[in-house]
Design a protein. Structure first.
Lengths: 400, 299, 287
């Protein structure tokens, strides 16, 4: 290897040139001939299995809208950053999106800690934030309307899981999850529902980085549960499912749809996941957005995060059209005018934009739910989509 | 754009403090602290918890420094018998344990939710822009002060003794230096600085969580010290700003490589960072600023 | 009592997953005298290589293990030659830090090519055998036997073959070995090949129980270190013993502490043992 002296001047000179070169295209664009939206998703780190598809989905929606003429007469440009499933990195990425790219909105923050860290940057700069994070504390932040969340809160979800377990005839329900901000709340609400139905519950929080959970499963089996509710993410749930299988658990398995998604199905043996129920937030059964999303991105079973990003992107674009302006503040003020109310039902931005241009009222019904937001940014209601894994495939049961 | 630079400079300052911390023990006494991020976390949480309980900010920061020092003290004493390679691995495990405690002890740290609404000094008075500018100035000032302090130590007989220990522990002991005492003091001071960095970070961001304190930061700080100059406080500071500059610079490279999907590009970014560290280690193992060996004064 | 026995069994089965990469790690340490963080990436590379031949060529477990060994071994040698060899002159610490950087690069090369999606082997899963109120996984037993076989093979290799003896000579004293005509550079290459290859094999075993993604190795890195350190850096038997002990310690600890602190157990264990026995259980191979 030849050594060459990097002296300070050369290094700084070279990197300044590089910065200049790299910034030039964005400087040229900053004139305002495009509208900029940002995605901030986990492309590396623990959330890695989820981030890439989320970003692709936002891009697919934006491409569709651009092909139909864009919004407010301009094309939309998407800038994607990686939050590395880490709020320290996420904040740096958000700062770049907000201060340099000057995006109107940031879509898809996943980890609750990243969302909580990035939210103040957004409301302080007038940038709109749409998140899929589940921690209850997020919508309690003083975000002044700059934040919406398409993920149902734990009170509703927990209850639904409990009721579903009872419905399937379980009397002893066990909840397992890694240490997440919503684990406790999910369990409490689930337990309330089960106990109200005369059942008993217990729970266990596990370390999500392990390749095996034998003793954890031993403890679960000691409770003799009829049903186990899986509240983790794909990597650790894969291990948990295998361990439950090996331990001979024959009861009901109920999982969050993001815990047991297509990746998990493709990655485990059929017996391991057979019969597992999945629950995902959804619109009512007449809604067409879900099917449309599946066709758009070509993924047969998109996980709940992907589905929510589809909705968030559509909503933000329509809000801009309705407001007649593309700033974050405009989105914040207009979003509820197109997400709920008495307008014509639409399931995508292209159709919505046409109607808005004609001066008609629209009401977006999304793939993840009716997308009607409360003042604090939570969704006011959601149905749930129940599916079951049968013979290695997801089989739709119903929406309730 | 200006706001971005101000922000980057503030983060650079925080990293600079961490680099000064690492440089003190690695470039100074030659101990490897792969658990640097753990002390960063301790300082952040201590200040956040105390100010959350109503204590004034300066008390929070002071406590972060003191408790950081105590933590450093305890860790050194617990690991005195360990050789360097073992110490590296044990400190790595330590940072992980600290993160686990922060994650699971909800009563103390609010668990995975993290602590929000940490007091940002003078923010209501100065407004957002003013606050960011003020804080950048504050952090830079602290960096300057700590740097000056460490530089004095570096150039003093005390600093020479530490370097003697770094080069050859047994010889230094033979020469009459109380090796353990030096190590403990250096580690405690180093941990105190890392704790201060944590406190400053917590009050800047107004939010901390266990997820903030991942081993990746330790890697960045090693890159900072290695590239800036091992054994010289100014080197660590320079390296830290360079690292932040480089980290942020890599975000703009997609403009030059438009054919990759964002997920692929994220991987490329990380490859660039790892490669940068390897290149620095190869071509400039002593970093950009060479170490200054101050000759001993003539008798 | 059954619960304790089961915890013991669980610990042995879990510890097995860590044993093989730990052997690889400790072997590299013994000869090259630095902790190699890239072990995580080598394990991941091995797991992916095995996956590829399993899914695309229908290879079974044993062929997949061999492929994993070879691919990870060659990857290790390539990485070593380009990234780490030039650093050896600057001291063990620099090489160790270089290996951290190398690990980041390798993990992301895998991510670049394969993405973050979880994958799994196309192999059957077997439920546990039950007896006397206890349960044991046959596949885990198989992994245990593989780990023990590898340990025995390494032991024999080091003791009875020319290369093995050369490795031990270099581990003991590189200069003296050079005097005896042994080329430390060649021995280093071989050691890295073996160490990385073993890590790759370990990665396959982990992938069988968990799932395969770019972070596979990273998740177990700390435990692998803890196992090698506990057993005494540089000792092959130590790596296996350390791995099993940590597995058992974690499982038994779960009976009293919450499962969220499992990882902390390994750390506490090594701290305790090292305080009482600074060289680890089996001591170090070389001073």
């Amino acid at each position: 290897m030849t050594k060459y002296a990097i002296n300070r001047r050369n290094f700084l000179g070279a990197s300044s040139a590089l910065v200049g070169l790299a910034l030039m295209p964005s400087a040229a664009r900053a004139e305002g001939d495009t509208i900029k939206l940002g995605t901030l998703t986990p492309l590396t780190g623990a959330g890695g299995p989820y981030g890439p598809v989320m970003t692709q989905t936002a891009k697919a929606v934006i491409d569709e809208v651009n092909a139909a003429g864009g919004v407010l007469g301009k094309q939309i440009e998407l800038i994607s950053e990686d939050d590395q499933t880490n709020p320290e990195a996420g904040v740096r990425a958000a700062r770049k999106l907000i201060d340099v790219d000057q995006v109107s909105a940031i879509i898809g923050t996943w980890a609750s800690s990243v969302t909580t860290a990035v939210a103040p940057l957004c409301w302080e700069s007038g940038t709109f934030l749409a998140t899929v994070s589940g921690a209850d504390a997020i919508t309690a932040l003083p975000h002044q309307g700059y934040l919406v969340r398409t993920q149902p809160n734990t009170t509703l979800q927990g209850r639904k899981f409990g009721e579903f377990a009872l419905e399937k005839g379980a009397k002893r329900v066990y909840f397992v999850s890694p240490q997440t901000p919503f684990a406790e709340s999910q369990y409490t609400n689930m337990a309330k529902a089960v106990e109200a139905g005369g059942g008993e519950t217990d729970s266990l929080v596990y370390d999500d980085k392990k390749p095996s959970y034998r003793s954890e499963v031993d403890e679960i089996m000691r409770f003799k549960p009829d049903a186990v509710v899986l509240g983790g993410y794909a990597p650790d749930t894969t291990v948990m499912l295998k361990e439950l299988y090996r331990a001979g658990f024959e009861g009901i398995k109920i999982a969050f749809a993001y815990a047991v998604n297509q990746q998990v199905l493709d990655g485990v043996q059929k017996e391991v996941v057979e019969g597992c129920y999945t629950i995902a937030p959804s619109s009512n059964e007449n809604a067409t957005a879900y099917k449309r999303l599946v066709d758009l991105i070509g993924v047969e079973k998109p996980d709940p995060y992907t589905v929510q990003v589809y909705d968030q992107t559509n909503l933000i674009i329509m809000a801009m059209a309705a407001a007649g302006d593309s700033t974050g503040t405009a989105i914040k003020d207009a979003i509820r005018t197109i997400s709920q109310g008495d307008g014509t039902t639409v399931d995508n931005a292209v159709d919505g934009l046409k109607l808005i241009a004609e001066g008609k009222a629209v009401n977006y019904e999304g793939a993840s739910g009716p997308c009607d937001f409360t003042d604090t940014g939570d969704i006011s209601n959601s149905s749930f989509r129940y599916e079951q894994v049968l013979d290695g495939k997801f089989s739709f049961i119903n929406i309730a | 754009m200006l706001a971005y630079f101000i922000f980057a400079l503030t983060i650079g300052g925080i990293y600079a403090l961490l680099a000064l911390s690492l440089n003190l023990i690695w470039g100074g006494v030659g101990l490897v602290n792969l658990g640097l991020v753990g002390f960063f976390a301790i300082g952040a949480y201590v200040s956040a918890i105390l100010t959350g309980a109503g204590m004034p900010i300066l008390v929070g920061w002071g406590a972060a420094i003191i408790i950081g020092a105590i933590a450093g003290f305890v860790v050194t004493l617990a690991t005195t018998r360990l050789r360097d390679d073992y110490l590296a691995i044990v400190t790595l495990g330590l940072a992980e344990v600290i993160r686990l405690v922060a994650l699971n002890e909800r009563w103390l740290t609010n668990g995975s939710d993290g602590i929000s609404g940490i007091q940002a000094p003078l923010k209501s008075v100065l407004g957002n822009q003013g606050f960011n500018l003020f804080y950048m100035g504050l952090v830079s000032l602290v960096v300057l002060v700590v740097w000056a302090l460490l530089r004095r130590i570096d150039m003093s007989p005390y600093g020479r003794a530490m370097k003697a220990i770094r080069e050859d522990q047994e010889l230094a002991a033979f020469a009459g230096k109380n090796v353990l005492s030096f190590k403990v003091q250096a580690f405690a001071l180093s941990a105190a600085i890392a704790g201060l960095a944590g406190a400053l970070y917590a009050h800047f961001q107004s939010y901390i969580s266990p997820d903030h304190f991942q081993p990746l930061i330790t890697i960045y700080i090693f890159l900072a010290v290695a590239s800036g100059g091992v054994g010289r406080p100014a080197g660590g500071v320079l390296g830290a700003y360079l690292v932040v500059f480089f980290l942020e610079l890599t975000r703009f490279v997609p403009n030059l490589l438009p054919d990759f999907a964002p997920a692929q590009f994220a991987a490329i970014r990380e490859i660039m960072i790892g490669t940068a560290l390897l290149l620095v280690l190869h071509f400039k193992p002593q970093g950009l600023l060479p170490e200054r060996i101050i000759p001993a004064p003539k008798p | 009592m059954t619960i304790l026995l089961q915890a013991l069994l669980n610990g042995i089965m879990n510890g097995t997953l860590i044993a093989v990469p730990a052997i690889g790690f400790t072997a590299i340490f013994a000869v090259l005298r630095f902790p190699n963080f890239a072990i995580a990436a080598y394990a991941t590379i091995g797991a992916f290589a095995a996956w590829w031949v399993n899914v695309h060529l229908g290879a079974g477990v044993l062929p997949a293990l061999i492929v994993a060994f070879a691919v990870a071994g060659f990857a290790g040698v390539a990485a070593e030659e380009t990234a780490l060899k030039g650093l050896r002159g600057s001291g063990a610490l620099t090489v160790a830090i270089g290996s951290i950087a190398l690990n980041v690069v390798l993990e992301n090369i895998i991510r670049l090519y394969f993405g973050n999606d979880l994958r799994g082997y196309d192999l059957p899963i077997v439920p546990d055998w039950r007896f006397l109120g206890l349960r044991v996984g046959p596949q885990q037993l198989q992994s245990l036997m593989i780990a023990v076989a590898i340990m025995a093979a390494m032991f024999a290799f080091l003791r009875f073959t020319k290369f093995g003896k050369a490795m031990r000579a270099v581990a003991d004293n590189a200069d003296l070995a050079r005097l005896k005509g042994i080329d430390p550079a060649k021995v280093a290459l071989l050691t890295v090949f073996l160490g990385a290859g073993l890590a790759g094999t370990g990665g396959v075993l982990i992938g069988l129980d968990a799932s395969i993604d770019p972070m596979l190795g990273y998740r177990v890195l700390l435990t692998v270190f803890a196992a090698a350190v506990l057993g005494g850096l540089g000792s092959i038997q130590g790596a296996v013993a350390g791995a099993l002990l940590i597995g058992i310690a974690e499982e038994c600890a779960l009976l009293v502490i919450p499962p969220t602190y499992r990882s902390a157990v390994g750390f506490i264990a090594i701290l305790l043992v090292l305080t009482l026995r600074p060289r680890g259980i089996f001591g170090e191979r070389a001073a």
